[in-house]
Design a protein around this ligand. Structure first.
Ligand code: FES
Length: 136
């Protein structure tokens, strides 16, 4: 729904974590993509700005497809916004809200993270497709 910002993905109860990667592997001011954790998952991507790191589900709110046209190309040329290569939607880095494009007002799904000894931890369920029966 346009205009609503989804909260970070926080599973009920204490989260089981999985290691996404290392902070040092994400260039300052840049972004890095991570493959899906399994067949029922979307990929994730991280954007780093100084000491602030944000992780989003790699699924555009317009059509639910991955954003990048090639590996790790999630940002605009000036690195000021996240961009979806499919139809050019532009998202604010700070909260994932679409500021321009066909999903204007919608937002990327931000993922809860924890940094531990330089490793990026995300909830084990981060990126799992909603409403999909795991038994299928
Ligand atoms: S699928 Fe991302 S803008 Fe259309």
């Amino acid at each position: 729904m346009a205009g609503l910002i989804p909260p970070p993905l926080i599973p009920p109860g204490p989260p089981a974590w999985r290691v996404l990667g290392r902070v040092v592997d994400i260039p300052e001011g840049g972004a890095k993509g991570y493959p899906p954790a399994g067949p029922d998952f979307a990929g994730l991507f991280a954007v780093r700005r100084g000491a602030v790191l944000r992780v989003y589900v790699d699924s555009c709110p317009h059509l639910g497809v991955p954003l990048a046209w090639m590996a790790d190309r999630f940002l605009s040329v000036d690195r000021s916004r996240i961009v979806c290569a499919a139809h050019g939607a532009e998202f604010r880095i700070e909260d994932g809200v679409c500021l321009h494009g066909p999903c204007y007002g919608d937002a990327l799904t931000q993922v809860l993270i924890e940094i531990n000894d330089g490793r990026i931890l995300v909830p084990a369920e981060a990126g799992r497709f909603a409403g999909r029966d795991v038994a299928d």
